[in-house]
Write a protein that binds this ligand. Structure first.
Ligand SMILES: NC(=O)c1ccc[n+]([C@@H]2O[C@H](COP(=O)([O-])OP(=O)(O)OC[C@H]3O[C@@H](n4cnc5c(N)ncnc54)[C@H](O)[C@@H]3O)[C@@H](O)[C@H]2O)c1
Ligand SMILES: [Zn+2]
Length: 367
């Protein structure tokens, strides 16, 4: 471990630490309870070197390691893969005093987390996220899940990890566009809860995308801090009540963002779709609520500064509106948007007029 790792506490029950810094993956041996004698290391082939390193440090503490390779990306999040993980754990005679360690992007932390949540009704899991998105979002908060033929993340469980190790060294092999996409969720945390994040990105957009910079370390720490606070207060995403917006605030930019992903057949990066979705939500919050126009403009400048898209073609509106409606129908409620009254003041806009929705879209497309 080099430099000073930062530590963020997630106060769920049980609670756990998220370590952020260069080299923190070495702490994997300290974060597992002593009683753990066997560890399944779930990873993709793309991060095999990292997984081998994690496995050998575990072996040096006398633990038996079972490497489990899963397919890359969304292909890992299937019942077939979960079935294979359960079977392998069963064959190896895993017990509740053994543990799972995930090494990979959000797809890996999701599927390994789900297998850990369900095997023997729950064994310990520790995440070593290897993408920025997984560090600031997927690995923290205890949501795990897989996809079905009807849609993404439709099956899952809440299962908090024992710890999360955000080793910034691992981001060095990630391409720049993936770092930018992860930063969309960081900027989101800035708008819904921690304006200091926005100032940091605006102050040095280049360092914000550089894994070796202290700026990115601080951004990850603060974004995780936002997620930790929100999740601690609303662990299982109870619906937001009245003016209190709980975990749902993390969906800022996601209503339109998900529609963009769906209509593009998931060919666009999640963070890029969410970036456009946040500009859209800002336009909604301005036209249909209290958000000052200058904050809408700030969405555009901060997102564009790190190379994220802030507009989308005009002709796509009918398909996007239809996709948003289908999504909501599937979840059994009317269209809902997280919007801002101001920075760090999220609120819910439910069932807005179609005219308002279209006007806000025109502002996102027509420049
Ligand atoms: N559970 C949650 O709360 C939550 C939150 C957000 C997202 N998610 C899930 O996370 C997934 C998206 O996460 P993601 O963007 O990390 O996707 P991913 O896991 O598919 O990883 C993206 C790509 O990056 C590669 N990769 C991973 N680490 C790398 C590294 N260090 N260097 C080079 N390449 C690397 C992977 O092999 C993969 O091809 C989605 O399935 C989404 O549903 C879950
Ligand atoms: Zn997201």
């Amino acid at each position: 471990v080099t430099g000073h790792p930062r530590r963020v506490r997630v106060a769920t029950d049980p609670g756990y630490d998220v370590l952020v810094g260069s080299g923190v993956r070495a702490a994997v041996v300290d974060m597992l309870p002593d009683s753990v004698s066997r560890v399944a290391v779930v990873h993709t082939a793309t991060v095999a070197d990292t997984a081998v390193g994690v496995a050998s440090s575990l072996q040096q503490t006398g633990r038996e390691v079972l490497p489990l390779v899963v397919p890359d990306g969304e292909r890992a999040k299937t019942t077939a893969v979960v079935d294979e993980l359960w079977s392998t754990l069963g064959t190896a005679g895993f017990t509740r005093s053994d543990a799972v360690v995930s090494v990979g992007g959000g797809a890996v932390t999701d599927v390994a987390g789900f297998a850990a949540a369900t095997y023997l009704r729950g064994v310990a899991v520790l995440h070593v996220p290897t993408t920025l998105l997984a560090m600031v979002d997927a690995a923290v908060g205890g949501k795990t899940g897989i996809n079905t033929t009807s849609g993404k993340n439709l099956v899952g469980a809440f299962h908090q990890p024992r710890g999360v190790l955000c080793d910034l060294d691992l981001l060095r092999t990630l391409d720049r566009r993936d770092i930018a996409a992860g930063l969309a969720e960081v900027v989101k945390c800035g708008f819904v809860a921690d304006p200091g994040i926005l100032s940091l990105v605006e102050g040095d957009p280049v360092a914000s995308t550089d894994p070796s910079s202290e700026v990115l370390a601080t951004l990850v720490e603060r974004a995780v801090g936002v997620k930790a606070a929100v999740v601690s207060a609303d662990e299982r995403e109870a619906t937001s009540r009245g003016s209190r917006v709980g975990r749902e605030m993390l969906n800022y930019g996601h209503t339109l963002g998900h529609a963009i992903e769906r209509t593009e057949g998931y060919a666009i990066r999640h963070g890029e779709a969410v970036a456009v979705g946040m500009v859209y939500a800002a336009e909604l919050g301005c036209r249909g609520g209290a958000l000052p126009a200058v904050v809408v403009e700030r969405h555009r400048t901060v997102l564009a500064a790190v190379g994220l898209p802030v507009s989308y073609p005009a002709g796509h509106w009918p398909a996007l509106l239809a996709a948003m409606r289908v999504d909501k129908k599937a979840r059994g409620h009317t269209l809902r948007f997280v919007v801002l009254d101001d920075i760090a003041k999220p609120t819910i806009l439910a069932a807005p007029r179609e005219e308002l929705l279209r006007e806000a879209y025109t502002a996102v497309s027509g420049r």
